[in-house]
Design a protein around this ligand. Structure first.
Ligand SMILES: [Zn+2]
Length: 343
């Protein structure tokens, strides 16, 4: 990151920084004052912050944050308390700023770095949505356990941040999952699931990437995973919302990621089959809602059929879980090796 000194002013023992100085430093941003409503609107990097004048509060993205100190007007300029830089900026505009309070140094805009440094793992379902049902287990519990092991394994193996969409048995909408990945600027999004079928003999492992092209089998899995939206997220209305323009736009943006997604999918599937010796159902394309809206290479892994008694037993065993974890870790590793050096 670039270093810039942001000069402070101490007012009643609190460090303040001028909004004008800050804008000059980052060479962007504008603000205007809404005297009628006693508000200061400050826009930077497509993010807008609304300070309530003479109060300690700022709002952004519908959230209200307490700065602990008020914004102070200083002739034509405004002075923002240090907490805006240390607590709010880094949270709402992740990756672009960091602030060294002791030296009043603002680090801005990280240099272009295409390396894979943050991975989001998404254990499917959760809370009121159990996912597919086995004889003795729920999909939501199995995928959570494996996701937590996977996070540890990846972080041990190489230098990346691994974030997990849910760390306990809570319900998340599909949109919240991809939003989490987007907001955290993840480089990869991996959603873990267990499969289910009417035919209790169905078995094997498969990896999906997003696409509109479908085979009959892919359609079946897609319908199964997407049924969450109908059942738990407010019925047909919710489905319609997912199909709205924003998702079409997301699709367009995502088609750029399609090639990388399918590369990742192939690597994961190859490793999974090699390590688990499960039946190879291949890499497939389907239009999962959960994968739409993610702006990074994204895959959905079906780790085995919970409706197959034998596979359910395997999915619950730590031996099979460890094999899965090892396989996905090395699949990601080989993908990362390739893309980290591709500019
Ligand atoms: Zn699922």
């Amino acid at each position: 990151m670039d270093k810039d000194i942001l000069k402070n002013q101490t007012i009643e023992g609190v460090n303040y920084y001028s909004i004008g100085d800050f804008r000059r430093l980052i060479k962007t941003g504008n603000y205007f004052i809404d005297y009628e409503h006693n508000k200061l609107n400050f826009n930077i990097f497509e993010e807008s912050f609304i300070f309530i004048l003479n109060s300690n509060f700022v709002t952004s993205k519908g959230r209200i944050c307490n700065l602990k100190y008020p914004v102070i007007q200083n002739e034509q300029d405004f002075l923002l308390p240090y907490t805006f830089f240390t607590d709010i900026l880094v949270q709402f505009i992740p990756g672009k700023f960091s602030f060294d309070e002791k030296q009043d140094i603002l680090y801005t805009e990280r240099p272009v770095d295409n390396r894979i440094s943050r991975i989001v793992i998404d254990p499917g379902h959760g809370g009121k949505d159990p996912g597919a049902l086995g004889k003795k287990s729920y999909e939501k519990d199995i995928v959570l356990e494996i996701s937590q092991k996977l996070k540890k394994s990846i972080e041990k193996e190489f230098d990346v941040d691994v974030l997990i969409t849910r760390n306990d048995d809570t319900f998340l909408t599909l949109q919240e999952r991809t939003q989490f990945a987007n907001e955290n600027q993840a480089d990869l999004f991996i959603s873990l699931h267990c499969n289910a079928a009417q035919n209790r003999k169905s078995k094997g492992v498969e990896v999906f990437i997003l696409s509109t092209a479908k085979t009959t089998d892919a359609r079946a899995v897609e319908a199964l995973e997407n049924s969450v939206v109908i059942e738990y997220e407010g019925g047909k209305e919710a489905v319609k919302a997912y199909d709205d323009l924003q998702f079409i736009l997301a699709d367009l943006q995502q088609s750029e990621q399609l090639e990388e997604s399918s590369d990742l999918a192939v690597r994961l599937q190859t490793e999974l089959i090699r390590k688990t010796k499960s039946l190879d159902r291949g890499v497939k394309q389907a239009g999962f809602y959960v994968l739409r809206g993610a702006f990074m290479p994204s895959v959905l892994v079906e780790l085995g059929f919970i409706t197959n008694e034998e596979e359910e037993k395997k999915l619950l065993s730590s031996k099979y879980q460890n094999e899965i974890v090892k396989a996905i870790t090395s699949g990601i590793k080989s993908f990362k090796l390739k893309y980290d050096y591709l500019w």
